[in-house]
Design a protein around this ligand. Structure first.
Ligand SMILES: *Cc1c(COP(=O)(O)O)cnc(C)c1O
Length: 496
């Protein structure tokens, strides 16, 4: 054994203690360190060490060279994208995932699989899904959407008497995927699946909303020859709008389509009795995407994919090898996702659900919603800003009242980044910013700090507004409809 490796094995308890101390210090600093440190010169590319230096020196090197560059994305004022942190139990579960390093994809060594099934069962209950939905862990909502649409692709094949998994996506002929305001990952999934980004047909949304217009969807379905796919959106990233999931599911009485619902973070509305109505009808979907590294507050990377047709899922992803055996009624995980080997992702989710239960996670969700409301109220009352949409759940979509150019918004973001991190977007043609609340640590005091940092940054903007700009407060602009896009084109406005 290499001398450093042998020495580390001898000192393992002490070294893991040092690691835990470094982690504890990083977590303790989250409240006060810059949320996103100022960018520094490009890092070098030193040669691969020929002889190593052991774990304790490597810990010191990491603490000096890399940790200070990292953002406080696990902390309470990192409001960019939709980014959760890691609850104490989720973090512990993640550490133990690596410690046990399970090969959890087959029943030949099945405890990891059994733990995943138990965790999926809990998640189903959390989101109000029934036993007709089976679930599988994947690395994120993008992969969850991809797997859901892969099952949809096989379902289209079943309708047409072919199998895309066997004969290729070309066997289907042209495919249409209808959606109101799909996340960018839907187009990516279609590219990966050989259906093509141009398969996506943008259906008009309700006036001033990101929710699809059910009447427009019914018309688009009537215009679609043969079976197709509908992607419902339960929580859009810009304004957290929800399609009417029950109305969409009811359209299946007259039209033949697979209903996939992207509820990456919107599914968590089900935890709040006040907001649960937004997710009504979620259980009617044929496949559902839910992210866990966002609002469940487990570490990256974790999401779950639910479906009513695990048989089709296994038809797509089955991996035959002499040592794996037949599929059976409960196929091994190796037959259900693009991955064969993968870490025991479910363990962090199992830990946090066991440690805090439904009530604990409901409290996180409701506190984040309250924080988003509070920030929305503060920005609405501040003449420097205007809201571009009401705060429906956990995201505040806002812009500068004066001359909201991408350049001025970028300057604002940078000026505030030590105290609060928000990300850019475009809503209905207007450059804007989003502040998304999904961290378990965020409190009203963080809202106050964030609002103050944004106000100070807006005051200090060096590029003055252009003389032509006028302040128009929401809701005067609320009724401005999203520009309709030609069918088959993909907008690039919705990031995560
Ligand atoms: C974040 C998000 C995704 C993509 O999730 P990843 O975990 O980044 O792959 C997809 N859809 C929606 C609605 C999201 O918010």
């Amino acid at each position: 054994m290499d001398a450093f490796l042998a020495a580390d094995l001898n000192r393992l308890p002490e070294l893991l203690g040092l690691t835990a101390r470094q982690a504890t210090e990083a977590l303790a600093a989250l409240d006060d360190r810059p949320v996103v440190p100022a960018t520094d010169p490009a890092v070098g590319l030193p040669p691969l060490p020929d002889r190593g230096e052991g774990l304790d020196r490597t810990l010191a090197a990491f603490a000096e060279e890399w940790a200070p560059r990292f953002s406080a994305s696990a902390g309470p004022r990192y409001l960019g994208f939709v980014t959760g942190g890691a609850t104490p139990a989720a973090l512990a579960g993640d550490w133990l995932t690596a410690a046990h390093d399970q090969n959890s994809n087959s029943g030949l060594d099945g405890a990891g699989q059994a733990l995943e099934r138990q965790t999926v069962h809990w998640l189903r209950e959390l989101f109000g899904l029934g036993p007709e939905h089976t679930g599988t862990f994947v690395s994120g909502a993008t992969l969850s959407n991809t797997v859901g649409l892969a099952i949809a692709r096989e379902w289209l094949g079943e309708r047409l008497g072919v199998s895309p998994a066997e004969d290729g996506a070309g066997a289907l002929g042209p495919v249409r995927v209808l959606s109101g305001a799909p996340h960018s990952s839907i187009a990516k999934a279609l590219a990966v699946l050989g259906l093509g980004r141009n398969a996506l047909v943008h259906v008009p949304t309700l006036p001033g909303r990101e929710a699809v217009d059910p009447a427009a969807l019914a018309r688009a379905l009537s215009d679609t020859p043969g079976p197709c796919v509908v992607v419902a959106n339960a929580g859009t990233v810009n304004t957290v709008d929800f399609d009417d999931l029950t109305a969409l599911a009811a359209l299946r009485e007259r039209h033949d389509f697979w209903l996939h619902t992207d509820a990456a973070f919107g599914a968590f509305a089900a935890l709040s009795p006040d907001r649960a109505h937004l997710t009504r009808g979620l259980s009617l979907a044929d496949s559902v995407c839910v992210d866990l590294h966002k609002w469940l507050n487990v570490p990256y990377d974790s999401a779950v994919q639910f479906t009513r047709r695990q048989d089709l899922q296994a038809r797509v992803f089955r991996n035959s090898a002499a040592y794996l055996g037949p599929l059976g009624e409960h196929p091994d995980l190796v037959h259900l996702t693009p991955e064969n080997s993968h870490r025991l992702r479910a363990l962090a989710a199992w830990f946090t659900l066991r440690a805090y239960g439904r009530q604990g996670h409901r409290e996180i969700v409701e506190r984040d919603i309250a924080c988003a409301r509070a920030l929305g109220d503060r920005l609405a009352a501040d003449p420097a800003f205007r809201l571009l949409a009401p705060v429906r759940l956990n995201v505040v979509c806002f812009t500068l009242a004066e001359d909201p150019t991408p350049e001025r918004l970028a300057a604002l973001r940078n000026a505030a980044a030590a105290e609060v991190f928000v990300t850019p977007t475009v809503l209905g043609g207007t450059p804007a910013l989003r502040a998304a609340f999904s961290n378990w640590r965020t409190t009203e005091d963080d809202v106050r700090r964030a609002a103050e940092a944004l106000r100070t940054a807006a005051k200090g903007l060096v590029c003055p507004p252009s003389p032509s700009s006028r302040s128009r407060p929401w809701p005067a602009r609320r009724t401005k409809a999203r520009p309709t896009r030609p069918a088959g084109r993909t907008p690039n406005t919705s990031r995560r």
